[in-house]
Design a protein around this ligand. Sequence first.
Ligand SMILES: *Cc1c(COP(=O)(O)O)cnc(C)c1O
Length: 414
Amino acid sequence: MIERLMTPSTTPDIRDSDDPLAPYRERFDLPEGVIYLDGNSLGPLPRGVSDRVAATVADQWGTSLIRGWNDHAWMDLPTTVGDKIARLIGAPAGSVVAGDSTSINVFKALSAALRLRPGRTTILSDTGNFPTDLYVAQELAALLGSGYQLETVTPDAVESRIDADVAVVMLTEVDYRTGRRHDMKALTRAAHAAGALIIWDLAHSAGAFPVHLQDCGADFAVGCGYKYLNGGPGALAFLFVAPEHQAHLRPAIAGWMGHDAPFAFDPDYRPAPDIRRMQVGTPPILAMAALDAALDVFADVDMEAVRRKSVALCNLFIDEVERRCPQLELVTPREADRRGSQVSFRTPEGYAMMQALIAHGVIGDFRAPDIMRFGFTPLYLRYHDVIAAAEMLERVVNERLWDQEQFRHRRKVT
Ligand SMILES: *Cc1c(COP(=O)(O)O)cnc(C)c1O
């Protein structure tokens, strides 16, 4: 029998009673007996999402049928949801569209960006990038032929590698394994100085801390709806295109929803004049409704306050864990400015330790080959949760609670 963590073993921390973000916890439906440190991988269920999805099914689809496209403005959801995301990532209204997966948006952004830089053939990325981004780039380069290639260098070497053959620099701001954060402003400037364009993947940034896309002068950005934005498993992703590029892009996947007039059924493609040209097919309205309702959680959130608390939570966790479990190796940068909103520790038995921790009610995740990853989401985590999680990790590690056959069995999703 596994003893579950029913209530945190510590008394509420003084910092909790002083926390301006404490009331936001009420906006989530969180299961009892769980400390959730995996909102960076799948955000929890915001209150209001279930009702909104149920109403979209029964009242809109069930009652309005096809009329729903007009009567409930379903057609506009990709851009109205996009505008809600824009606010969180420092992008102007009309520059973000919600839809498809992050992987597909990487393809859409990268193919469009390459066409804006004819004659240059290198896509530059780094070895810490998320595999899907690299796979998409590799195969797009192969499809294009003509010398196109993906080159990856270590994260520190990106800036000095950018030269006149680089068409596009494609980076993820926060490394999904280590939490290391790139300097978005400096790298965007370096890309532009060499005449290249830049694509930022904000999978671990959007909703986690303030992002300033416009201020940085970013050309393109993509990101995930199901991580810090809490849009649900497999939620729609998003794509940002800087306003100055929108009218010049030729989308490689030219779908009818990106046409200027889809219902003209014109046999020739004529892209919409704005961000809508990056849409491809019919938007999935049920998923869109979930993401739309989930984003309402952020309507009045001060992202600077989110960042301040995120830094405090991460610092507290690092201190508590290093003191209790010196055998775990911190792989996340210690300096807050150089990391996102997660903390990762390396240890050979990381998989079994994480499984044991989850069995005891503290949910994080594991990234091969040896990284235990913990995400910190200030809207629903309390300081005393962080201390209780560190206490449980100490027990798992120091009492060898992980050392059981059941925790070694690798499941499909780690
Ligand atoms: C999570 C993540 C993705 C996921 O892509 P999907 O197509 O939504 O599965 C892509 N890129 C990065 C950097 C991620 O962290």
